[in-house]
Design a protein around this ligand. Structure first.
Ligand code: PMP
Length: 439
């Protein structure tokens, strides 16, 4: 019997009713089939065929406490029993916003939304309303959700080179069919980690630019660290020109520490967007930042809307997540750092053992990117694009066969409940999987 027989059958069944068979387009990338989950507990997930996996997909990032953490599920049950949502104010909102303002260094005020995409939409609106300007600088390889005004295609380096050779634009293309090119007319797309490119754009368009938006670490394309001084430069130059600096911490918020990446790096953006780990798997996101920007919500200049914003389940999830991660002075972060180091060091040794050319980029925190590449270092989007995606996808498939669930694009998330035994079992699996790769 095929190991994935039931997932395969369910995928076919799903496609009859659910357009595309998956609820988020990216999920079709999993080979040999988008797996159907049965249950999850701690660091493990079990599929409908009964296969158990050590999980480093972690639902694309949110599950920082692993699956079905009892402190979280108890808090959620309690919240649900009190009434799931009211459309009225409740104390959970005050508490959640208060904790965010206490923990995130840049946060004087916070608001709650439902997804990272919505948080970014709001942050951009605040920036445009505050500055009275329209243009937004964003960077190749970063992802800020799929809303019309910021979602761009991830063109490969080759595509960009040929577009440039043909006198075409610098690659601002819609990320999806049905998205008007006009919605991106105010986007300036720049290479990241490139101080000259930034300074040049700010020099030519500075007084038209409302915001610069950046992930603090380029988690969406290779977990590339900012070059020393780069984020400081972004901060100083935006401040000097009255441009709003939005740090998109949807991945790094609560993952790189209770103060996010900006707390860890000691940089004060004007606004920060958070999501994923802040709710441990419950749909919740937020924008936090300086009082002068958040005031625009208070005085009614900028609308912040959403039927389910700040619902009792979402705020209970935020509070339980923060409580768990804050225990014993944030001991969970040390555990995650050790677990991640163990994986990264072990995987690098296995690459060597098997004579495979690969790179593991780890810029700190429980998240890293594993790729097969002939490059000596992957420090920008162009070199990231030279990786062998097909080989990695094949490796991810072999890892599934060995009982380890990893994202087919190479991004690994680690939780507070992955154990030393999980690391050991994962490295054994990787040893076997690498041994089966051709070449
Ligand atoms: N910003 C970043 C940096 C992200 O990684 C993501 C999601 N991967 C988003 C925004 C969008 O978040 P969501 O999927 O919750 O809309």
């Amino acid at each position: 019997m095929n190991r994935y027989e039931k997932s395969k059958a369910k995928y076919e069944e799903s496609k009859r009713y659910l357009a595309g068979g998956v609820a988020s387009s990216l999920r079709t990338a999993m080979k040999p089939v988008p797996l159907f989950a049965q249950s999850g507990k701690g660091s493990k997930v079990v599929d409908v065929d009964g296969n158990s996996y050590i999980d480093y997909l972690l639902a694309y990032g949110p599950l920082i406490l692993g699956h079905a953490n009892p402190a979280l599920t108890d808090a959620l049950h309690e919240a649900m029993q009190k009434g799931i949502t009211f459309g009225l104010q409740h104390e959970g909102e005050i508490e959640a916003a208060k904790r965010l303002t206490e923990l995130l260094p840049c946060a004087e005020k916070a608001v709650l939304s439902g997804s990272g995409t919505e948080a970014v939409m709001l942050a951009l609106r605040l920036a445009r309303a505050y500055t009275g300007r329209r243009k937004v600088v964003r960077f190749h390889g970063h992802y800020h959700g799929w809303s019309d005004s910021i979602f761009t295609a991830f063109p490969s380096a080759d595509m960009r080179a040929s577009a440039a050779a043909a006198g075409g634009d610098s690659g601002v293309q819609p990320g999806t069919g049905g998205q008007s090119e006009l919605s991106l007319q105010d986007v300036i797309l720049l290479p990241w980690n490139d101080s000259d490119a930034l300074l040049e754009a700010l020099e030519s368009h500075g007084d038209e630019i409302a915001a610069v938006i950046s992930e603090p670490i380029m988690c969406n394309s290779g977990c590339i660290a900012p070059r020393p001084g780069y984020l400081e430069l972004v901060r100083a130059e935006t401040e000097r020109r009255g441009i709003v600096f939005i740090m998109d911490e949807v991945i790094t918020g609560f993952r790189l520490g209770l103060g996010g990446a900006h707390g860890r790096f000691g940089i004060q953006p004007d606004l920060v967007t958070i999501g994923k780990a802040m709710g441990s798997g419950i749909a919740v996101s937020g924008v936090a930042g300086s009082a002068k920007l958040m005031k625009l919500i208070e005085d009614g200049t900028v609308s912040h809307l959403g039927t389910l914003n700040g619902n009792g389940v979402a705020t209970a999830a935020v509070l339980a997540t923060i409580a768990e991660l804050s225990k014993n002075e944030g001991a969970a972060y040390n555990v995650m750092e050790d677990t991640t180091q163990g994986l990264v060091t072990g995987l690098r040794a296995l690459l060597k053992k098997h004579g495979k050319s690969g790179i593991i980029n780890h810029a700190g925190g429980p998240v890293f990117h594993f790729m097969f590449t002939e490059e000596e270092a992957v420090e920008d989007f162009a070199s990231f694009n030279k990786r062998d995606s097909a080989a990695y996808s094949r490796f991810a498939e072999e890892m599934l066969a060995e009982g380890v669930l990893v994202r087919p694009n190479g991004l690994w998330y680690v939780s507070a409940v992955h154990s030393a035994e999980d690391v050991e079992a994962t490295l054994q699996a990787a040893d076997a999987a690498l041994g089966r790769l051709p070449g």
